[in-house]
Ligand binder design. Structure first.
Ligand code: NI
Length: 142
């Protein structure tokens, strides 16, 4: 791998905030953090351009109340995106973490994420999306 150097001009306060994160996340240095940030940015842009064959995981935290759980299950059954798997973790006496793996086009994945984040009682939602280049979409054997 060839490494290239380039100069960047950015506002001072932005750099300060960035350096705080570099420290907090224990990156070796700015370069490593910038590489990481660029990969995330590229993946996000590719995801936005992609319409089919995209994967996502929806991470949610909520208080386990029967009504909310019923609504969650219903939302997943009615979704246009394909729900590949759902992992449920009872993280405390009151709270559950759920990781829902999804496959589908951007519109249907975002539709389900928006629907779930709007449910009463959902306390945390984070959607992680990923798009592979066209040539790598066909799967592989282990
Ligand atoms: Ni639970």
């Amino acid at each position: 791998m060839t490494l290239k150097r380039f100069g960047v001009s950015i506002p001072e306060d932005l750099l300060e905030k960035f350096d705080e994160i570099v420290k907090k996340k224990a990156y070796i240095g700015r370069s490593e953090a910038i590489r990481d940030a660029m990969r995330g940015f590229i993946s996000q842009v590719e995801w936005e351009a992609e319409q089919e064959g995209t994967m996502a995981s929806l991470n949610i935290v909520y208080q386990h109340k029967p009504r909310l759980m019923a609504n969650l299950i219903q939302a997943q059954h009615n979704a246009h995106a394909h729900v590949v798997s759902t992992v449920h973790v009872h993280i405390s006496k009151s709270h559950c973490l759920e990781v829902i793996t999804l496959k589908g086009d951007r519109h249907s994945i975002e539709g389900l994420a928006n629907k779930i984040s709007g449910l009463k009682g959902i306390e945390y939602v984070r959607l992680f999306t990923f798009a592979l280049p066209e040539s790598e979409n066909s799967g592989h054997t282990h």
